[in-house]
Write a protein that binds this ligand. Structure first.
Ligand SMILES: [Zn+2]
Length: 274
């Protein structure tokens, strides 16, 4: 039976329940979970350093771009209440998505810096989401140093990342594409090497790549950024991108559809299937 994990990055102080519901309402109504990579204290002047001119992070609303402030998830009470309810119902897994989500946040080799950010980020999310158990780490921009990887493993986290980050640690499972491997007993490594539903692709191409991924893999990780459906931060989703997403949901949420699980629930399901 093929399995899907839905992952969505960049939930933060700036995220409204309405935007998440627009994208995932159908998944939740079908009783299936979504893994949300949540930024504890997003920095307003986050820049994208792999793009010429270092533009602002498009996941931050235009009015807040360039502000030298960290915005705590705790201060968005409506969102915290909404996500605590979903977490208590088993419909979201809250994942730690860095601390402030700056570009190079976890590419450093400074153990004290990494340790401090993991501790502070986890503490903030645990205060914001008492109904959730936070076990999974997803790096901002998928940038992760070998030292950060080692510390995450020692810290007991499941990790979802791109396979290119794994080369410096040969003891890790050699997996790529969309896959899961075991790092230690009960502690999983997930790789997701492509983001399918993005405004940078034609919607029909996103849909056909998602179908092919599902047909060709035991586990497919569908990684989205909810804000991409609204890019550039419009009130309503882009109709063509949203139609492709809904066509995919039509195919996967039916009674004959794949299993949908989460990063923290997958190990039990995978071993039960063996
Ligand atoms: Zn992110």
């Amino acid at each position: 039976m093929p399995t899907i994990i839905f992952r969505d990055d960049d939930t933060s102080y700036f995220t409204t329940p309405q935007r998440l519901e627009t994208v995932y309402r159908r998944v939740w109504e079908a009783g299936r979970p979504v893994c949300l990579a949540v930024i504890p204290a997003v920095f307003g002047d986050t820049r994208v350093y792999w793009t010429d001119g270092n533009p602002h992070d498009p996941g931050i609303p235009p009015a807040f771009r360039g502000t030298s402030t960290c915005y705590s998830i705790l201060d968005n009470r409506e969102l915290c209440a909404f996500l605590n309810e979903l977490a208590a119902a088993g419909l979201v897994e809250i994942c730690l998505h860095g601390y402030t989500h700056t570009f190079y946040e976890f590419i450093t080799h400074d153990r004290a810096v990494i340790h401090g950010k993991l501790d502070a980020g986890l503490a903030l999310l645990e205060r914001a989401f008492p109904a959730a158990t936070i076990k999974t780490f997803i790096a901002p921009y998928d940038r992760l140093s070998p030292v950060a990887l080692e510390q995450l493993i020692a810290g007991g986290f499941h990790i979802c990342t791109m396979s290119l980050n794994l080369a410096p640690l040969p003891q890790l499972p050699r997996i790529q594409g969309y896959a899961a491997g075991t790092m230690k007993k009960g502690q999983m490594l997930y790789v997701c090497d492509d983001y399918l539903f993005t405004y940078k692709r034609k919607p029909a191409e996103s849909l056909s790549l998602a179908r092919a991924a599902l047909a060709g893999n035991r586990l497919t990780i569908i990684s989205n950024h909810y804000w991409m459906f609204f890019h550039p931060w419009r009130d309503e989703p882009n109709p063509r991108d949203f139609a492709a997403w809904n066509a995919f949901l039509d195919e996967v949420l039916g009674v004959d559809g794949p299993e949908v699980t989460s990063f923290s629930a997958y190990p039990g399901r995978a071993s039960a299937a063996e």
